[in-house]
Design a protein around this ligand. Structure first.
Ligand code: 5AD
Ligand code: SF4
Length: 437
């Protein structure tokens, strides 16, 4: 009987996609997937370290895994960002772990599992391999409608709060020919929406063709027959060029949504964060984008309670959010991440209670804005790509508009993967509801 594996994923889309790749590597090595961890011969925990809570989740899950199977333990592999950063220290802290594989050594997972199983010795590889190629067609895609395609790995920006340059290494670009081949493969297996992934996607530059930047890549992906929608995450405001804005405006498959992490509305805090954009520059950029693409939906990431953030700085964040009116937002309380510049050089001055107060205030404001924006859609017709069954009701489907708003509607599961026109009848802060038009 084939040996079995399961993968549990924490964190971002990049991690989700790494799990799809590891699933492919394991299946090529003869493992079969099971969903129930208590039945698996191999349990892979693909970890995230971007915020403190994500890391704690790993260690509590490791405790559970061990308690589930006291007599016949599975082989346990820890992969991803925590693995990269903690390396062998994980073996000391968690006795149940057999293999630790960093973000750049992922392709060695089957080999290291084999080694651990046959020799009974615990294996660690957190070496920084530069190779960003991956065998075409090997990833086991977990979504029938959307395909994740990595274009840039790592980051050289070193924002003061961010652990990513330490967990994902320096920036490496994938050749455009490899990217387009993977997009063709994804389309040939039925995927309609392509998500281009990278830490700073819009810093993309084809290593083999000086003329192909991020805008050029969008053009090439759009030309591939069968691609209906293109999304990407995450861009950095500093690398939004006029060429990129024009490409987004002119390319019909590129969704009318831009995630533009601002992090703070105070120039003083942005400087301390080493973001290299001011409040004024960011607002100017938003004005330029909206002038070119009036119907674009914007979303953002915001950190509250960065070291030294005063009430006045936080008020500036609130006023920026009011002014811009984002369609959605991810907000976080600052937490110290190992090795980052802010953890080494700045004191975490804002109390936990104050961080909580600020995030609650920010989220209340954002909720009002989202509700107001969503209510404007009532009475209109929204074109959505049906991408999932609704989480709330069996006879409903869910999809997203080009602007990335979730729309739920009664529908037949056969419509998954199709564009559906929905007459919007109701709005909430997080989604719309309607009936097929
Ligand atoms: N503390 C809080 N939030 C953080 N993020 C990244 N690092 C930290 C940290 N140390 C947030 C940023 C980033 C998002 C992915 O996570 O807002 O854009
Ligand atoms: Fe988490 Fe960042 Fe790693 Fe993604 S890249 S898993 S967000 S630490």
């Amino acid at each position: 009987m084939a040996r079995t594996y399961t993968i549990e994923t924490f964190g971002c889309q990049m991690n989700f996609h790494d799990s799809e790749r590891m699933a492919g590597l394991l299946e090529a090595a003869g493992y079969a997937r099971v969903d129930d961890a208590t039945l698996a011969d191999v349990i892979v925990l693909n970890t995230c370290s971007v915020r403190e809570r994500a890391e704690e989740k790993l260690f509590s899950r490791l405790g559970e895994v061990r308690a589930d199977r006291p007599d016949a333990p599975a082989l346990v592999a820890v992969t991803g960002c925590v693995a990269q950063q903690e390396g062998g220290a994980i073996l000391k802290r968690a006795g149940s772990v057999d293999v630790v594989v960093g973000t750049q050594a992922m392709r060695r997972l089957p080999e290291l599992l084999e080694e651990a199983a046959t020799s009974g010795t615990r294996q660690v590889d957190v070496n920084p391999y530069d190779d960003v190629s991956f065998p075409l067609g090997m990833a086991v895609r977990g979504d029938p409608v959307k395909a994740y395609v990595s274009i840039v790995e790592g980051c050289n920006d070193f924002c003061a709060f961010c652990v990513v340059p330490y967990t994902r290494g320096h920036e490496r670009m994938r050749p455009a020919t490899e990217i387009t081949r993977e997009v063709e493969e994804a389309v040939s297996t039925g995927r309609r929406e392509i998500h281009l992934l990278g830490q700073i996607v819009n810093h993309y530059q084809d290593p083999d063709d000086a003329r192909c930047d991020f805008a050029g890549l969008l053009e090439r992906v759009q030309r591939i027959g069968g691609v209906e929608r293109i999304r990407f995450a995450s861009p950095h405001p500093r690398h939004v060029t006029p060429r990129m804005i024009t490409a987004m405006r002119d390319l019909s498959c590129v969704c009318r949504h831009l995630h533009l992490p601002v992090q703070s509305g105070s120039t003083r805090i942005l400087t301390a964060m080493r973001r290299r954009h001011t409040r004024g520059e960011y607002l100017g950029l938003v004005a330029q984008i909206r002038a070119a693409i009036p119907d674009i939906a914007l979303s953002t990431d915001i950190i509250v309670g960065f070291p030294g953030e005063t009430s006045a700085d936080f008020e500036e964040t609130l006023s920026l959010v009011k002014q811009i009116e984002y369609h959605s937002m991810f907000s976080f309380k600052y937490s110290e991440r190992p090795a980052t510049m802010s953890s080494k050089r700045l004191l975490d001055t804002v109390s936990e209670a104050e961080k909580t107060r600020r995030i609650v205030t920010l989220q209340e404001l954002q909720r009002e804005i989202q509700l107001r924006l969503n209510e404007q859609a009532v009475g209109t017709c929204a074109t959505v790509l049906a991408d999932a069954r609704s989480r709330r009701r069996d006879d409903e489907l869910s999809g997203r508009t080009s602007g990335n708003t979730v729309v739920n509607f009664p529908g037949n599961p056969e419509w998954l993967g199709r564009m559906v026109d929905v007459a919007v009848q109701k709005a909430g802060p997080h989604s719309l509801w309607g009936v097929p038009a």
